[in-house]
Design a protein around this ligand. Structure first.
Ligand SMILES: [Mg+2]
Length: 261
């Protein structure tokens, strides 16, 4: 099957830590040459679009800000549509810029929503308790991601998922998931390149969030054996990816093979 559009995870696929994955630049160049539109879909909730683009450029990759699709961008649209104009944000980094740019006011004073991403060291007892109290007051819980963990420089690190679960449990509520593996997130990203799910594939290093989520949304799933990839996660996954490749470097060969098949 010819793949006409791609969604590509960043962390663990295009880069690990501060270094690009070998072969990432030629793989992106191949997509451009072949006129295969793509979006980077990252659950990394520590950086705004501009910062992500600058970071990728510093690794020698050619990217445009518009090619980056993040949960913050999707969340801003979702909150505005729901008429929620104030939110208490529980994440770290400069992603608040994506929310403010969309006209949302960031406040911990009676917010209409609690927006939670990967907050790292900002997941303090105090911050979690404040968010818990906002939820009891009726604020909506909006999760930018519910990953269990990610691969940090020194090993696996807790992601937002465990903290989202804690707030859901404490406040007897359920979070609205905006990032991967939410089907709506994949659909919004595909709409921005004008490609239907049946003609698209998603490349990622997480067998649940990336390939599992994308396959549920009707896309092909391509698992890369870099980043957080682990054999036992693949063995116990409920859905087997359509393709498994060593790294993003093997993507051009896979696409060429499928185009010819
Ligand atoms: Mg990843």
């Amino acid at each position: 099957m010819r793949i006409k559009g791609m969604l590509i995870d960043l962390d663990g696929v295009i880069y690990t830590g501060d270094a690009p994955v070998p072969g990432a630049a030629p793989a992106l160049a191949y997509l451009r040459e072949q006129d295969i539109p793509f979006r980077f879909v990252s659950n990394t909730t520590r950086r705004c679009r501009e910062t992500i683009a600058a970071r990728l450029r510093s690794m020698g990759l050619i990217v445009d800000v518009s090619e980056i699709f993040t949960p913050a961008v999707a969340a801003a649209a979702w909150l505005s549509k729901k008429g929620y104009y104030s939110c208490n944000v529980l994440f770290t980094g400069d992603m608040d810029r994506d929310l403010s740019a969309a006209g949302l006011s960031l406040t911990s004073d009676d917010p209409s929503a609690v927006v939670i991403g990967d907050a790292g060291d900002a997941f303090t007892y105090q911050a979690m308790t404040r968010a818990f109290r906002d939820l009891l007051q009726g604020a909506a819980l909006v999760a930018l991601e519910v990953d269990r963990y990610w691969m940090g420089p020194g090993g696996l690190m807790l992601s937002a998922g465990p903290y989202v679960k804690a707030l859901e449990y404490a406040a007897s509520t359920e979070a609205v998931l905006i990032g991967k593996p939410s089907g709506a997130f994949f659909t919004m990203a595909l709409e921005s390149i004008g490609i239907g799910a049946a003609d698209a594939a998603m490349a990622g290093d997480d067998v649940i969030t990336d390939t599992g989520g994308a396959m549920q949304a009707g896309m092909k799933g391509i698992l890369v054996r870099t980043g957080k990839y682990r054999d036992d996660a693949l063995r116990t996954a409920p859905v087997r990816p359509d393709y498994i490749i060593g790294s993003i470097a093997e993507l051009p060969a896979l696409l060429a093979r499928e185009a010819g098949a």
